[in-house]
Design a protein around this ligand. Sequence first.
Ligand SMILES: Nc1ncnc2c1ncn2[C@@H]1O[C@H](COP(=O)(O)OP(=O)(O)OP(=O)(O)O)[C@@H](O)[C@H]1O
Length: 594
Amino acid sequence: MNKKKINIFHVFVDIIKISPIKFFSQYFFSVLDAIFLGLTTYQMQKVFDSVIGINNKNLKNIIVELIYLTVFIIISEVSSGISEYFGEYYHDMTLKTLLKNLNLKIAKISPNFFNNSENRDFVNSAIVGAKSVRRVLNVIMDLLFLYLPYYLFIEIYLVSLNPILGISMLFIFFPVLFSQIIKKSYYEKLEENHAPLRRKKNIYSSYIKNKNYLKETRTLNAINYIFKLFNKTSNEYHNLRLIYQKKVNKIDSISKLMTIIGYIGVLGLTIYLIMKNEITIGTFAAVYISLSNLFGLMEEIFEYRLGDSIAVYGKVKKYINFLNLIENSKKNKRLKNIVEEIKSIELKNVSFTYPTGKEAIKNINLKIKKGDRIAVIGKNGAGKTTLSKLILGLYKPTSGEICYNEVPSSLLSLKSIRNKGTAVFQKFNRYKITLKENIAISNIKNKNEEDKIEDILNSVGINSLDKKFIKGLNTVLSKEFEGTELSGGQWQKVAIARGIFKNYDIIVLDEPTAALDPISENELYEKFEEISKNKIAIIITHRLASIKYCNKIIIMDNKKIVDVGEHSELLKNSVYYKKLWYSQSELYEKCDRI
Ligand SMILES: Nc1ncnc2c1ncn2[C@@H]1O[C@H](COP(=O)(O)OP(=O)(O)OP(=O)(O)O)[C@@H](O)[C@H]1O
């Protein structure tokens, strides 16, 4: 059962559905504006004709024609104002809805998708695209309900004067239209090449501007080098734009030349018709005014508005393509078996390769059961973190299978597996929200369970009554929002408390004590038994002190598990473990001797 693909029209219909009355009101007034703009031109001819044949008798006639002209101008201006008002109002509502749809989609996409830089570019372009959809729709609607009616009005008026005048008008219109079609493909290509450079530029710029990077960059005297990288990328970015801009300018020049030829042709023809007495001076003036109006409008729509829409169309397409991505949970929907409680996990010949092509896990077999407290150790880059993410259901194996409660994960709802896991990652987030929101973020409805939050905070060594928390649990963890700034270790404690707050069957602690002082580190290990009681607990660590709290130790090397066992077994059988153990204990002994 294939879900129908979303296309630009579905997105437009969604926009219209936000408030059809307001949407169509905008364009009703646009049509009114176009009709009265056209009538103004026609009325102009009548005013000129009556002024040219002026005498006492038709003075009254001139005044009547002038009153009509004024009324037409007023109606046209008022309609244009009302249409703009509805347009502005609708713009904000549309933006909110489109960005909401995009965020909902992002939340459903597998985390592994974001490991690929091309995918991250794709998402960034999709966000810009979502912001531009309304602009594109607006231009299309204005074309249909403002510019086209006005153009048709003038075209019919000119054909009624002389059919050749009508045909000459096409010379003004079509070159611009064709040039826009060619420009559209240029801008699409430009966006493809621009996206990675834009990402690079923003990253380098954050090393200079972002406060988390700034201090280290300055201390290491690296600012000049980063500037160099930024300028190089920035130049590449602008040069690329210039290359495409030159191509676009060429197309624009040719189309402008043809338009001007058409324009001159129409004026020459009207002069010829006057000389032959086939049209009046009033008609000539009306044609002249309508042409300059039309020229102005065309410049507005084609040069600026359509040009701008075409420039962003590549991103709008990315937005639509992004909405069409099949997310994991949807692929799973048919098979959904909700996991109520995870009692066992088995990895069968599991391998995993990142979207970049880097293989991080190879042929791993492992059985884990409720109550296991596992330490995963191994060299940097051995694959420990990747393994934990596979177990948590954040990544899917590239080959092999992971079973939960002896059922292959392909038959289970990934979402329900993820819901049963919690983690304190190496690179945890520092959310600039209140202390209690930081802790209860996994189940924000429970953020007012203040006793539970206080207990957990106390257990990791944070006291919300401390004077630094000016508003207790409601203190925002950032000076930027009149709150407080935490130290690295305090942040790590918040991350641990946040991990424990969630209801979980699996807990992963990835280097959870890197920023903790030795006393806090010991306290966490003491707590480890309580945290992991009747759960599956995995601690990834380089500190062997934590190992005595675990009943199983896994040693990883170069993508594989090379040894599994208890401390005493491994000390006897594993060369790597023995080396690691004695190197750390020797270090302590050396310190003792000093
Ligand atoms: N997002 C990613 N995209 C591509 N490759 C990655 C990504 N994350 C990790 N890797 C690569 O996968 C391999 C395993 O990384 P992993 O983080 O699992 O190792 P680790 O054993 O936890 O290392 P460490 O002890 O340094 O934290 C490494 O070679 C790393 O370069």
